[in-house]
Design a binder for this molecule. Structure first.
Ligand SMILES: Cc1cc2nc3c(=O)[nH]c(=O)nc-3n(C[C@H](O)[C@H](O)[C@H](O)COP(=O)(O)OP(=O)(O)OC[C@H]3O[C@@H](n4cnc5c(N)ncnc54)[C@H](O)[C@@H]3O)c2cc1C
Length: 378
């Protein structure tokens, strides 16, 4: 059996998790990332039990717990009156039920924890993929800087505007959801202490706000405030947002959550995109995962979680393949295990009703990427 050379495009949460999971199986890979360096990612993230369980299999749970925050309660409130419409019991009860806790943290904590699991030299920065072609022998990659690389197989973990997806599966465009999100990390010192809740979503008629603590000493609270917009095209990451426009958009919301928005020092704004579920994720030696494959708006907190799950299931499928000749079959098994679940997540996220009133959350949080069955070998 030969050792396949696996190229991963993109060092986001999905690409990093895949490289770490492959390493757990003793399989080397190389990640090609367009960014010249990793900067601090100025946002929080909610890692639900299913994603923490997947990360726990990489030995990361303790590190995430030490640097994150586990809420006891997840509240859902009416935007103006504050009436509670649903409460999710979290804390030890949720961890016992689903086999892992729900942890909220700063995104950079997760990036650093994943990167620390990789061997030196795994990530090659400043490598923006330009073209990708495959034949029976393998895949040829060409980068913007002119470097050409050969790999036995390629995984596109290159996000919403995936070059790999376009080359392998066709050129459909991401769809703007008609909504954009302001977000900020706010020092709790800027807010009156009794105004902040551990985890809460405030439901307005056509807009909403989610806020939660992201570190153990509760010195930082993060919010995402979603508004309808009619623009059709927005750059996906990191525009500076206008705080006064944001506050105007949430005029009339309860003072308790407005106090959190008012505490923000640096507000950023994102357009929220999705795509329709794909029938097919892989073509021979090329496959895709995460936002490259099934982007969804962050209304059930499963975008990164599903990328993490994809990565673990894909690493398992590759580890069970008998060498480079079987990678196409491994990709086929991977997508067979993942398509239905991620399509259901995409559809549920778009509805934006999750947790407003009581829901059966077991299908989302109870999933175990390390033990979910893979389809039989064809
Ligand atoms: C406002 C907001 C809030 C969210 N909150 C949550 C949450 O609480 N919980 C959750 O689970 N999810 C959340 N998500 C979703 C989550 O952020 C994404 O689903 C997740 O980051 C996708 O990871 P990824 O690795 O697939 O893609 P990305 O994180 O987009 O990573 C792609 C990587 O590929 C690189 N790349 C792109 N093109 C190329 C190229 N041509 N060559 C080389 N490299 C390239 C990029 O630089 C990047 O590093 C949220 C999203 C938004 C917008």
């Amino acid at each position: 059996m030969t050792t396949p050379s696996i190229a991963i495009i993109g060092a986001g949460i999905g690409g990093l998790t895949l490289a770490a999971a492959l390493r757990r199986f003793g399989i080397a890979s190389t990640i090609y990332e367009q960014a010249e360096k990793f900067g601090p990612v100025g946002a929080g993230i909610q890692l639900t039990a299913n994603s923490v369980k997947a990360l726990a299999g990489l030995g990361l749970q303790e590190r995430l717990l030490e640097n994150g925050f586990c809420p006891e309660l997840g509240l859902n409130r009416q935007w103006d009156t504050g009436e509670i419409t649903n409460t999710l019991e979290m804390g030890p009860g949720l961890a016992a039920r689903y086999g892992a806790p729900d942890i909220a943290l700063h995104r950079s904590v997760l990036h650093d924890a994943l990167a620390a699991k990789l061997d030196a030299g795994t990530i090659r920065l400043g490598k923006r993929l330009k073209e990708i072609t495959q034949n029976r022998e393998g895949v040829a990659l060409t980068f913007e800087d002119g470097e050409a690389v050969h790999a036995d197989a390629v995984v596109g973990a290159d996000g919403l505007h995936s070059v790999v997806r376009r080359a392998a599966l066709g050129d459909d465009k991401p769809l703007y959801t008609g909504k954009s999100a302001y977000r900020a990390i706010v020092p709790t010192a800027n807010i009156k202490a009794d105004m902040i809740e551990e985890r809460v979503k405030w439901w307005g008629p056509d807009r909403h706000i989610v806020s939660y603590f992201i570190n153990p000493d509760k010195s930082l609270v993060y919010f995402i405030a979603v508004v309808p917009e009619t623009i059709s095209e927005v750059e996906s990451w990191s525009q500076r947002g206008d705080k006064s426009a944001m506050l105007a958009a949430f005029d009339g919301f309860h003072p308790r959550i407005l106090a959190v928005l008012e505490g923000a020092e640096d507000v950023r704004k994102w357009g929220l995109f999705n795509r329709h579920p794909l029938e097919r994720w892989s073509v021979d030696r090329i496959t895709i995962l995460g936002d490259a494959c099934h982007p969804m708006p962050p209304f059930i907190a499963q975008g990164a979680a599903s990328a993490i799950e994809d990565a673990v299931v894909l690493a398992r499928a590759i580890s069970e393949s008998g060498g480079d000749g079987d990678l196409a079959a491994a990709f086929h098994r991977y997508e067979g295990a993942r398509r239905e679940r991620t399509a259901r997540m995409q559809i549920t996220a778009l509805e934006n009703k999750w947790m407003k009133t009581a829901v059966d959350a077991d299908w989302v949080y109870g999933y175990d990427a390390w033990s979910t069955p893979l389809p039989e070998h064809a």
